[in-house]
Structure formats: structure tokens, C-alpha cells
Design a protein around this ligand. Structure first.
Ligand code: FNR
Length: 379
């Protein structure tokens, strides 16, 4: 029925550590909870008795026409959720008429993911391995037609997700056989997942992060190398020369940073706190959206993520100034629950939700939404 049902199915079907990798947030999970609360605080101001023969969900984002204002945001390590992995999610996005953003930490080759989708595919960059490694992956991405580059700026190191740590993330990725043993029972408790995972070849390497010697990064090394290759604003100039298409800065939470991104050539920003997975106690994205809309003042497009669980959330974000939203967990739960079909279902749920919300609001089109349809009440 809804995204929460997909979450329950995911919890039943994948090992505890995989579920907590998707579901968990940083430290006390305060931002994770605030992301959801911020949407609950926005109330609708419907206009009943408005006839809507046709409801138009289309929107245009960075030159691409999308059938609904929802993109699939970058989510790493999808192949541990289901062997369909990133390619399955990209295919589902294409079939639904929307865009897919591929994470740097993907277990499938970026060429294969691009080929899987009939829709626009964007590439998200972490500078793991440093500038030359990044240059190689950007060249490959451009060569096969990735249209937009997304640079995530909020991950100078990986945040502390305590649930993952307790489930043995470190020991499983980097430990020896003995340190892994206490954590293995969670896999045996999910024999169907385990069989699929083993048939898929186990934990994949990272085929889009290639060392100068031509070897793909191991998952454990990618995780720890993020901090050595963290993006800083100075990197914008060489990336801008290298990348022909639009550049999006993801992880903006203040007006200052939004201006910085646009001044340095970003065509769009994603107002995002990484789904509450990085620095805890930062504000919900939705709460800072109005400040960022004002600062950007039409000079770039504004996208938002963090906390989208219903189509009504999408509508609220658009009313408050986002052109479209990215979702992360909403489709990752679907992928973990049922592979590509689960992602398709997640998108279908959001689409039906958005259309129903628009009709009940008395608004004929996503493009006609504005702040007059909502009220923000701090509870
Ligand atoms: C992410 N996110 C993310 N972002 C990014 O730029 N690169 C990445 O590799 C990942 N990986 C990742 C894995 C998982 C399991 C999740 C849940 C999220 C963050 C993602 O793009 C997005 O910002 C959040 O997921 C948005 O919040 P919601 O929709 O999950 O609440």
C-alpha cells in the first residue's frame, strides 16, 4: 500500500545489517527523525470543488522532461540489497519516465547501468582515490552518455551509523575470519537472500573506482578512502573544465553554500542532509528549503531530498520551492524487498500519491503548485 509496507518487507527479507545500512541514520538519529517530522508539520490548504479532467505530473529538470517530479537519488552498494542492483533501479526509473542518479560506490559498471535505462542517467561523484581516479570515471561516464554530474559535498568522512557498527560492518568488511564469526548468524537467518547473494558472486568490488594499476577498489577500501579524497570548493574549477554537462551540488543546507555553489557554476543544488546519515543534528532539508530558494533567486534549479516517504511529501516540497525531489530509502526499501519490481512499485506508489494529492488539493498540475497550497505550523 505504501512505502512503509516496502520497508517492512525489506526488514523481513534481508539480513539485519543490510536493513540497518538502508534504514539507519547517524548517531542519535535526530536528523533522521526531524526529516519526517518536518513534512508532518506542513499542512495543505485545499481548494475543493475544482474540476480537474486531466492531472499533469510532468516536470522539466536540467533539460530533461520527467513524467513525475521524483528522481531516484544515488544509493551506494545496491547489489547487497538485491542482485538487480543499480541496473535494476535504473531500469525501473527509465520505465517510469524519470532519471536515475548512479552512486560512485556502485557494484555494477557505470556503462552497464547506463545501458539498462531508457531514461536520463546522472553520475554522482565521490573523489575516492583522488583526482586522477575521478577523472577516469568521469571520462567513462561522459563517453556513454551520463548527462549530469552530481557532486556530493556532505561526505568528507562517512558518518557514524551506530546500527551498522553494532551489526558488525567493520568486522565484516575488514576483519579476519574470527572477528566475522559473531556476526554471521544474521545471514543464515535469511537463506533466500544468502543464496541470491552468493550466486551473484558475494560482495562486489567497485568497478567505477579503478586504481592506477587498473584494479577495482574493494568495498572496505572505498569506505575508508572517502576522507582522503573529499571534495573541496577548489576542485570545482578542474571538474568544470572536464565535465561538459550541468553540475549539481548535493548536500546544501545553508543559503551561503547555495550561493557558493551557484557562483562556482552549479546548474542546480540538492538541499539535502543525506537522509540524516552524515552529521546528526543538522536541520531537516524541508525546513531550510525556503531560505535556499531565496538565496538562489532563480539562478539555478533547486532539488530536495531527505525524508520523502509519500507523494504528499513530494507535493509539499514542490509547493515550498523545489523543482523536484530525490528519494533514497523510499526506493531502496523496494529494491531490498523485491529487486527491480520493488523499485517499480515504490515509484508507482509515489505517482499515485502525487496525483491523488493534486486532485484533492484542487490543483491541475505539478507546475501550478506554489506556497499558497500549504501552511507551515511548527509543532
Ligand atoms: C545514500 N545516499 C547517498 N548519497 C550519495 O551522494 N552517494 C551515495 O553513495 C549514497 N549512498 C546511500 C546509501 C543509502 C543506503 C541511503 C539510504 C542513502 C543519500 C541519498 O542519496 C539521499 O540523500 C538520501 O537517501 C535522502 O534521504 P531519504 O530519501 O533516504 O530519506
Amino acid at each position: 500500500m505504501n512505502i512503509d509496507d516496502l520497508r517492512s518487507l525489506a526488514r523481513e527479507r534481508v539480513p539485519r545489517i543490510v536493513f540497518n545500512y538502508i534504514d539507519g541514520g547517524a548517531e542519535g538519529e535526530i536528523t533522521l527523525r526531524e526529516n519526517l517530522r518536518a513534512f508532518a508539520e506542513v499542512e495543505f490548504r485545499p481548494r475543493p470543488a475544482v474540476a480537474i479532467p486531466e492531472c499533469d505530473l510532468r516536470t522539466r529538470v536540467l533539460g530533461s522532461d520527467l513524467s513525475l517530479p521524483v528522481l531516484l537519488g544515488p544509493v551506494g552498494y545496491c547489489r547487497v540489497m538485491h542482485p538487480d542492483g543499480e541496473a535494476g533501479a535504473a531500469r525501473a526509473a527509465g520505465m517510469a519516465g524519470t532519471a536515475y542518479v548512479l552512486s560512485t560506490v556502485s557494484g555494477q559498471r557505470l556503462e552497464d547501468v547506463k545501458a539498462a535505462s531508457t531514461g536520463p542517467v546522472w553520475y554522482q561523484l565521490y573523489m575516492i582515490g583522488g583526482r586522477e581516479t575521478a577523472e577516469r570515471s568521469l571520462a567513462r561516464a561522459q563517453c556513454v552518455g551520463y548527462s549530469v554530474l552530481v557532486i556530493t559535498i556532505d561526505t568528507t568522512i562517512v558518518g557514524l551509523r551506530e546500527r551498522e557498527a553494532r551489526d558488525g560492518m567493520d568486522q565484516l568488511l575488514r576483519g579476519n575470519v574470527w572477528s566475522k564469526i559473531p556476526f554471521l548468524s544474521q545471514f543464515l537467518a535469511r537463506p533466500q537472500w544468502l543464496t541470491r547473494f552468493l550466486l551473484d558472486g558475494g560482495l562486489p568490488d567497485m568497478p567505477n573506482i579503478i586504481t592506477p594499476e587498473g584494479r577495482a577498489y574493494r568495498v572496505g577500501d572505498a569506505h575508508t578512502s572517502i576522507k582522503r579524497g573529499a571534495f573541496s570548493w577548489e576542485d570545482m574549477s578542474w571538474i568544470r573544465e572536464l565535465w561538459q554537462g550541468p553540475i549539481v551540488i548535493k548536500g546544501v543546507l545553508t543559503a551561503d553554500d547555495a550561493r557558493k555553489a551557484v557562483d562556482r557554476g552549479a546548474a542546480a543544488v540538492v538541499v539535502s542532509n543525506h537522509g540524516g546519515r552524515q552529521l546528526d543534528c543538522v536541520p531537516a532539508s524541508l525546513r531550510v528549503l525556503p531560505e535556499i530558494v531565496e538565496a538562489v533567486n532563480g539562478r539555478a534549479e533547486i532539488l530536495l531530498d531527505s525524508g520523502i516517504r509519500r507523494g504528499a511529501d513530494v507535493v509539499k516540497a514542490v509547493c515550498l520551492g523545489a523543482r523536484a525531489v530525490l528519494c533514497g530509502r523510499a526506493y531502496a526499501y523496494g529494491l531490498a524487498a523485491a529487486g527491480e519490481a520493488g523499485v517499480t512499485r515504490a515509484l508507482e506508489i509515489l505517482r499515485l500519491d502525487i496525483e491523488r494529492t493534486l486532485r484533492l488539493l484542487g490543483c491541475p498540475a505539478v507546475s501550478a503548485l506554489d506556497s499558497s497550497y500549504v501552511d507551515v505550523r511548527r509543532r
